[in-house]
Design a protein around this ligand. Structure first.
Ligand code: FA5
Length: 342
Protein backbone atom coordinates (compact mmCIF):
# COMPACT_ATOMS: atom_id res chain seq x y z
CA UNK A 1 0.00 0.00 0.00
CA UNK A 2 2.89 2.33 0.88
CA UNK A 3 4.36 1.72 -2.58
CA UNK A 4 0.98 2.50 -4.12
CA UNK A 5 0.80 5.83 -2.23
CA UNK A 6 4.33 6.76 -3.34
CA UNK A 7 3.44 5.80 -6.87
CA UNK A 8 0.28 8.00 -6.75
CA UNK A 9 2.38 10.86 -5.38
CA UNK A 10 4.78 10.62 -8.34
CA UNK A 11 1.89 10.37 -10.82
CA UNK A 12 0.09 13.40 -9.38
CA UNK A 13 3.35 15.40 -9.33
CA UNK A 14 4.04 14.67 -12.98
CA UNK A 15 0.49 15.40 -14.09
CA UNK A 16 0.47 18.68 -12.20
CA UNK A 17 3.73 19.83 -13.67
CA UNK A 18 2.44 19.10 -17.20
CA UNK A 19 -0.87 20.89 -16.64
CA UNK A 20 -1.26 24.08 -18.68
CA UNK A 21 -4.97 24.77 -18.45
CA UNK A 22 -7.54 25.14 -15.63
CA UNK A 23 -9.38 22.15 -17.12
CA UNK A 24 -6.27 19.94 -16.68
CA UNK A 25 -6.23 20.84 -12.97
CA UNK A 26 -9.89 19.97 -12.53
CA UNK A 27 -9.27 16.60 -14.18
CA UNK A 28 -6.34 15.91 -11.81
CA UNK A 29 -8.47 16.89 -8.82
CA UNK A 30 -11.24 14.50 -9.86
CA UNK A 31 -8.74 11.71 -10.66
CA UNK A 32 -7.03 11.83 -7.25
CA UNK A 33 -9.34 13.61 -4.82
CA UNK A 34 -12.82 13.12 -6.30
CA UNK A 35 -15.44 10.91 -4.57
CA UNK A 36 -14.09 7.97 -6.49
CA UNK A 37 -10.58 9.43 -6.73
CA UNK A 38 -7.43 7.31 -6.29
CA UNK A 39 -6.47 8.76 -2.88
CA UNK A 40 -10.01 8.63 -1.53
CA UNK A 41 -10.15 4.97 -2.61
CA UNK A 42 -7.00 4.30 -0.56
CA UNK A 43 -8.51 5.99 2.50
CA UNK A 44 -11.68 3.91 2.06
CA UNK A 45 -9.50 0.78 1.78
CA UNK A 46 -7.64 1.42 5.09
CA UNK A 47 -9.83 -1.11 6.88
CA UNK A 48 -8.20 -3.82 4.77
CA UNK A 49 -4.65 -2.80 5.73
CA UNK A 50 -2.78 -4.82 8.30
CA UNK A 51 -3.45 -3.28 11.77
CA UNK A 52 0.23 -2.70 12.59
CA UNK A 53 0.68 -0.70 9.36
CA UNK A 54 -2.72 1.03 9.25
CA UNK A 55 -1.65 4.17 11.15
CA UNK A 56 1.45 4.70 8.98
CA UNK A 57 -0.52 4.17 5.77
CA UNK A 58 -3.34 6.44 6.96
CA UNK A 59 -0.83 9.21 7.80
CA UNK A 60 0.90 8.85 4.41
CA UNK A 61 -2.43 8.85 2.52
CA UNK A 62 -3.74 11.86 4.48
CA UNK A 63 -0.46 13.74 3.98
CA UNK A 64 -0.63 13.04 0.27
CA UNK A 65 -4.25 14.23 0.18
CA UNK A 66 -3.34 17.48 1.98
CA UNK A 67 -0.20 18.06 -0.11
CA UNK A 68 -2.10 17.44 -3.32
CA UNK A 69 -4.94 19.78 -2.31
CA UNK A 70 -2.36 22.53 -1.64
CA UNK A 71 -0.41 21.81 -4.83
CA UNK A 72 -3.63 21.90 -6.86
CA UNK A 73 -4.59 25.30 -5.39
CA UNK A 74 -1.11 26.71 -6.13
CA UNK A 75 -1.10 25.37 -9.68
CA UNK A 76 -4.62 26.74 -10.25
CA UNK A 77 -3.42 30.21 -9.20
CA UNK A 78 -0.32 29.92 -11.38
CA UNK A 79 -2.34 28.94 -14.44
CA UNK A 80 -4.92 31.66 -13.80
CA UNK A 81 -2.16 34.29 -13.68
CA UNK A 82 -0.59 32.97 -16.88
CA UNK A 83 -3.93 32.95 -18.69
CA UNK A 84 -4.61 36.52 -17.51
CA UNK A 85 -1.17 37.67 -18.65
CA UNK A 86 -1.72 36.04 -22.04
CA UNK A 87 -5.05 37.83 -22.41
CA UNK A 88 -3.46 41.19 -21.59
CA UNK A 89 -0.60 40.67 -24.01
CA UNK A 90 -2.82 39.65 -26.89
CA UNK A 91 -5.30 42.48 -26.29
CA UNK A 92 -5.02 45.70 -28.30
CA UNK A 93 -2.75 48.04 -26.34
CA UNK A 94 -4.52 51.09 -25.02
CA UNK A 95 -2.65 53.88 -23.27
CA UNK A 96 -5.15 55.06 -20.67
CA UNK A 97 -3.09 58.15 -19.92
CA UNK A 98 -3.56 59.62 -23.42
CA UNK A 99 -6.26 62.32 -23.44
CA UNK A 100 -9.30 61.10 -25.37
CA UNK A 101 -9.61 64.32 -27.37
CA UNK A 102 -6.01 64.27 -28.62
CA UNK A 103 -5.75 66.41 -31.71
CA UNK A 104 -2.51 65.90 -33.56
CA UNK A 105 -1.20 69.03 -35.24
CA UNK A 106 1.54 69.58 -37.80
CA UNK A 107 4.58 71.75 -38.20
CA UNK A 108 3.69 75.42 -38.03
CA UNK A 109 3.23 77.03 -41.50
CA UNK A 110 6.08 79.44 -40.74
CA UNK A 111 8.37 76.53 -39.83
CA UNK A 112 7.44 74.76 -43.07
CA UNK A 113 8.22 77.82 -45.19
CA UNK A 114 11.44 78.44 -43.25
CA UNK A 115 12.62 74.87 -43.84
CA UNK A 116 11.80 75.12 -47.55
CA UNK A 117 13.75 78.37 -47.82
CA UNK A 118 16.70 76.92 -45.95
CA UNK A 119 16.82 74.01 -48.40
CA UNK A 120 16.66 76.34 -51.40
CA UNK A 121 19.46 78.54 -50.08
CA UNK A 122 21.61 75.66 -48.91
CA UNK A 123 21.40 74.23 -52.43
CA UNK A 124 22.82 77.57 -53.64
CA UNK A 125 25.75 77.40 -51.24
CA UNK A 126 24.43 79.52 -48.35
CA UNK A 127 24.97 78.53 -44.73
CA UNK A 128 22.11 78.78 -42.25
CA UNK A 129 22.90 80.81 -39.14
CA UNK A 130 21.02 81.58 -35.98
CA UNK A 131 20.51 84.94 -34.27
CA UNK A 132 19.52 85.97 -30.75
CA UNK A 133 16.07 87.16 -29.79
CA UNK A 134 17.44 89.39 -27.03
CA UNK A 135 20.05 91.66 -28.58
CA UNK A 136 22.29 94.57 -27.74
CA UNK A 137 21.30 98.01 -28.95
CA UNK A 138 24.61 98.07 -30.82
CA UNK A 139 23.89 94.96 -32.91
CA UNK A 140 20.27 95.84 -33.60
CA UNK A 141 20.94 99.47 -34.57
CA UNK A 142 24.45 100.96 -34.46
CA UNK A 143 26.19 98.06 -36.26
CA UNK A 144 23.75 98.43 -39.15
CA UNK A 145 24.35 102.14 -39.51
CA UNK A 146 21.43 103.34 -37.38
CA UNK A 147 23.11 105.50 -34.73
CA UNK A 148 21.30 106.84 -31.65
CA UNK A 149 18.65 109.44 -32.50
CA UNK A 150 18.52 108.35 -36.16
CA UNK A 151 14.91 108.85 -37.38
CA UNK A 152 14.87 105.27 -38.81
CA UNK A 153 14.64 104.00 -35.22
CA UNK A 154 11.10 105.38 -35.01
CA UNK A 155 9.97 102.76 -37.52
CA UNK A 156 11.14 99.98 -35.24
CA UNK A 157 9.97 100.75 -31.75
CA UNK A 158 10.58 97.70 -29.59
CA UNK A 159 10.51 96.18 -26.13
CA UNK A 160 13.44 97.15 -23.91
CA UNK A 161 14.89 95.20 -21.01
CA UNK A 162 15.98 96.79 -17.79
CA UNK A 163 19.61 95.92 -18.57
CA UNK A 164 19.51 98.09 -21.71
CA UNK A 165 19.14 95.19 -24.14
CA UNK A 166 16.13 94.82 -26.40
CA UNK A 167 13.98 92.29 -28.24
CA UNK A 168 15.43 92.42 -31.74
CA UNK A 169 13.34 94.30 -34.28
CA UNK A 170 14.99 92.82 -37.34
CA UNK A 171 17.10 89.85 -38.35
CA UNK A 172 19.61 92.45 -39.63
CA UNK A 173 20.73 92.53 -35.97
CA UNK A 174 22.92 89.47 -36.67
CA UNK A 175 24.67 90.95 -39.75
CA UNK A 176 27.64 92.32 -37.85
CA UNK A 177 28.33 89.16 -35.83
CA UNK A 178 28.11 86.98 -38.93
CA UNK A 179 30.50 89.19 -40.93
CA UNK A 180 32.98 89.13 -38.05
CA UNK A 181 32.57 85.36 -37.70
CA UNK A 182 33.01 84.38 -41.36
CA UNK A 183 34.75 87.26 -43.14
CA UNK A 184 34.76 86.98 -46.93
CA UNK A 185 33.49 85.48 -49.17
CA UNK A 186 30.21 85.14 -47.32
CA UNK A 187 26.88 83.56 -48.22
CA UNK A 188 24.53 83.15 -45.26
CA UNK A 189 20.88 83.26 -44.32
CA UNK A 190 19.60 83.74 -40.79
CA UNK A 191 15.92 83.31 -39.99
CA UNK A 192 14.52 84.52 -36.68
CA UNK A 193 11.74 85.91 -34.56
CA UNK A 194 11.42 89.69 -34.42
CA UNK A 195 9.48 91.99 -32.13
CA UNK A 196 8.05 95.45 -32.62
CA UNK A 197 5.71 97.68 -30.73
CA UNK A 198 3.22 97.82 -33.59
CA UNK A 199 -0.28 98.94 -34.41
CA UNK A 200 -1.72 95.48 -35.12
CA UNK A 201 -3.68 94.73 -38.26
CA UNK A 202 -4.10 91.95 -40.84
CA UNK A 203 -0.46 92.22 -41.96
CA UNK A 204 1.26 93.55 -38.81
CA UNK A 205 2.01 91.58 -35.66
CA UNK A 206 4.10 92.51 -32.62
CA UNK A 207 5.90 89.15 -32.97
CA UNK A 208 6.75 87.93 -36.44
CA UNK A 209 9.46 86.16 -38.41
CA UNK A 210 11.97 87.41 -40.93
CA UNK A 211 14.73 85.71 -42.84
CA UNK A 212 17.84 87.71 -43.52
CA UNK A 213 20.28 86.87 -46.28
CA UNK A 214 23.71 88.21 -47.16
CA UNK A 215 26.13 87.56 -49.95
CA UNK A 216 29.51 89.30 -49.93
CA UNK A 217 32.29 88.74 -52.43
CA UNK A 218 34.27 90.56 -55.09
CA UNK A 219 32.00 92.05 -57.80
CA UNK A 220 28.63 91.17 -56.27
CA UNK A 221 26.01 93.40 -57.91
CA UNK A 222 22.30 94.16 -57.98
CA UNK A 223 21.98 91.57 -60.78
CA UNK A 224 23.00 88.86 -58.29
CA UNK A 225 20.47 90.18 -55.80
CA UNK A 226 17.60 90.07 -58.31
CA UNK A 227 18.57 86.57 -59.46
CA UNK A 228 18.46 85.16 -55.92
CA UNK A 229 15.19 86.91 -55.08
CA UNK A 230 13.46 85.56 -58.21
CA UNK A 231 14.78 82.05 -57.63
CA UNK A 232 13.55 81.96 -54.07
CA UNK A 233 10.07 83.25 -54.90
CA UNK A 234 9.47 80.94 -57.86
CA UNK A 235 10.63 77.93 -55.83
CA UNK A 236 8.57 78.80 -52.80
CA UNK A 237 5.32 79.49 -54.64
CA UNK A 238 5.98 76.86 -57.32
CA UNK A 239 4.58 79.28 -59.88
CA UNK A 240 5.49 82.64 -61.40
CA UNK A 241 4.73 85.41 -58.96
CA UNK A 242 4.49 88.98 -60.14
CA UNK A 243 7.07 91.13 -58.35
CA UNK A 244 8.05 94.76 -58.47
CA UNK A 245 11.19 96.45 -57.26
CA UNK A 246 10.97 100.05 -56.11
CA UNK A 247 13.39 102.30 -54.31
CA UNK A 248 13.36 101.92 -50.54
CA UNK A 249 15.32 103.55 -47.77
CA UNK A 250 17.20 101.57 -45.14
CA UNK A 251 20.29 103.09 -43.54
CA UNK A 252 22.21 99.81 -43.96
CA UNK A 253 21.91 99.51 -47.74
CA UNK A 254 22.76 101.78 -50.63
CA UNK A 255 20.95 101.62 -52.98
CA UNK A 256 17.97 100.08 -51.18
CA UNK A 257 14.84 98.51 -52.63
CA UNK A 258 11.46 97.28 -51.62
CA UNK A 259 10.53 94.05 -53.31
CA UNK A 260 6.75 93.62 -53.38
CA UNK A 261 4.69 90.72 -54.67
CA UNK A 262 1.26 91.05 -56.18
CA UNK A 263 -1.25 90.21 -53.45
CA UNK A 264 -2.04 86.53 -53.90
CA UNK A 265 -5.12 86.93 -51.81
CA UNK A 266 -7.01 89.32 -54.07
CA UNK A 267 -4.88 88.94 -57.23
CA UNK A 268 -3.96 92.63 -57.12
CA UNK A 269 -7.49 94.05 -57.00
CA UNK A 270 -7.09 95.33 -53.46
CA UNK A 271 -8.23 93.87 -50.13
CA UNK A 272 -7.63 94.31 -46.42
CA UNK A 273 -4.52 92.11 -46.61
CA UNK A 274 -2.73 94.45 -49.04
CA UNK A 275 -4.40 97.47 -47.53
CA UNK A 276 -6.23 97.88 -50.85
CA UNK A 277 -3.01 98.60 -52.73
CA UNK A 278 -2.83 95.28 -54.63
CA UNK A 279 0.82 94.67 -53.58
CA UNK A 280 2.40 93.21 -50.47
CA UNK A 281 5.71 94.50 -49.15
CA UNK A 282 7.66 91.29 -48.72
CA UNK A 283 11.38 91.63 -49.01
CA UNK A 284 13.32 94.83 -48.58
CA UNK A 285 16.84 94.48 -49.90
CA UNK A 286 19.82 96.36 -51.29
CA UNK A 287 23.57 96.62 -51.62
CA UNK A 288 25.24 96.61 -48.21
CA UNK A 289 26.31 100.09 -47.10
CA UNK A 290 30.12 100.58 -46.94
CA UNK A 291 29.85 101.61 -43.26
CA UNK A 292 28.19 98.29 -42.41
CA UNK A 293 30.93 96.36 -44.23
CA UNK A 294 33.61 98.33 -42.40
CA UNK A 295 32.02 97.66 -39.00
CA UNK A 296 31.98 93.98 -39.96
CA UNK A 297 35.73 94.09 -40.64
CA UNK A 298 35.35 93.96 -44.44
CA UNK A 299 37.06 96.35 -46.83
CA UNK A 300 34.33 98.03 -48.97
CA UNK A 301 36.97 99.03 -51.58
CA UNK A 302 37.59 95.38 -52.28
CA UNK A 303 34.26 93.68 -51.52
CA UNK A 304 30.62 94.36 -52.16
CA UNK A 305 27.50 92.50 -51.21
CA UNK A 306 23.74 92.41 -51.02
CA UNK A 307 21.42 91.86 -48.08
CA UNK A 308 17.71 91.19 -47.86
CA UNK A 309 15.21 90.92 -45.02
CA UNK A 310 12.38 88.66 -46.12
CA UNK A 311 9.12 88.83 -44.18
CA UNK A 312 8.76 85.13 -43.38
CA UNK A 313 5.40 85.46 -41.62
CA UNK A 314 3.96 87.35 -44.57
CA UNK A 315 5.39 84.81 -46.99
CA UNK A 316 3.67 81.97 -45.07
CA UNK A 317 0.49 84.03 -45.07
CA UNK A 318 0.61 84.38 -48.86
CA UNK A 319 1.58 80.77 -49.48
CA UNK A 320 -1.27 79.37 -47.40
CA UNK A 321 -3.90 81.94 -48.39
CA UNK A 322 -4.33 83.31 -44.87
CA UNK A 323 -6.10 86.66 -44.83
CA UNK A 324 -4.97 87.71 -41.37
CA UNK A 325 -1.41 87.37 -40.11
CA UNK A 326 -2.59 87.17 -36.51
CA UNK A 327 -3.94 83.67 -37.17
CA UNK A 328 -0.33 82.46 -37.28
CA UNK A 329 0.26 83.34 -33.63
CA UNK A 330 -3.15 82.16 -32.42
CA UNK A 331 -2.20 78.54 -31.69
CA UNK A 332 -5.64 77.54 -32.90
CA UNK A 333 -5.63 74.09 -34.49
CA UNK A 334 -8.90 74.83 -36.26
CA UNK A 335 -7.14 77.38 -38.49
CA UNK A 336 -4.32 74.92 -39.28
CA UNK A 337 -6.92 72.45 -40.52
CA UNK A 338 -8.17 74.97 -43.05
CA UNK A 339 -4.70 75.39 -44.58
CA UNK A 340 -3.44 73.04 -47.21
CA UNK A 341 -0.65 71.64 -45.00
CA UNK A 342 0.76 68.18 -45.73
C1 FA5 B 1 13.63 95.48 -42.16
O1 FA5 B 1 13.32 94.93 -41.11
C2 FA5 B 1 15.01 95.44 -42.70
N1 FA5 B 1 15.89 94.92 -41.69
C3 FA5 B 1 15.05 94.56 -43.95
C4 FA5 B 1 16.30 94.68 -44.77
C5 FA5 B 1 17.32 93.77 -44.59
C6 FA5 B 1 16.41 95.69 -45.69
C7 FA5 B 1 18.47 93.86 -45.33
C8 FA5 B 1 17.56 95.76 -46.47
C9 FA5 B 1 18.57 94.84 -46.29
P1 FA5 B 1 11.18 96.15 -42.72
O2 FA5 B 1 10.90 96.90 -41.50
O3 FA5 B 1 10.50 96.65 -43.95
O4 FA5 B 1 12.72 95.99 -42.99
O5 FA5 B 1 10.74 94.65 -42.52
C10 FA5 B 1 11.05 93.64 -43.46
C11 FA5 B 1 9.86 92.77 -43.72
O6 FA5 B 1 9.43 92.19 -42.49
C12 FA5 B 1 8.63 93.49 -44.24
O7 FA5 B 1 8.66 93.62 -45.64
C13 FA5 B 1 7.51 92.60 -43.80
O8 FA5 B 1 7.33 91.55 -44.73
C14 FA5 B 1 8.04 92.06 -42.49
N2 FA5 B 1 7.47 92.82 -41.38
C15 FA5 B 1 7.87 94.02 -40.89
N3 FA5 B 1 7.12 94.40 -39.86
C16 FA5 B 1 6.23 93.40 -39.65
C17 FA5 B 1 5.16 93.20 -38.72
N4 FA5 B 1 4.90 94.06 -37.76
N5 FA5 B 1 4.44 92.07 -38.82
C18 FA5 B 1 4.72 91.16 -39.80
N6 FA5 B 1 5.69 91.30 -40.70
C19 FA5 B 1 6.44 92.41 -40.64
Amino acid sequence: MIDKINDLKAQAKEKLSNATHSMDIENIRVEFLGKKGKIIEILKDLKNVEASKRKEVATLANNLKNQLEEAIENKKEEIKNKEYEKKINSAKKIDLTVPSNLNIGSLHPITIVQKELEEIFESMGFTVEDGNEVETEYNNFEAVNVPKHHPARDMQDTFWLENGQLLKTQTSAAQNKIMLKYGTPLKAIFPGRCFRNEELDASHENTFFQMEGMMIDKDVSIANLIYFMKTLLSQIFKKDVEVRLRPGYFPFVEPGFELDIKCLYCGGEGCKVCKHGGWIELCPCGMIHPNVLKMGGINPEEYSGFAFGLGLSRLAMMKYGINDLRVLNSCDLRSLKQMDIK
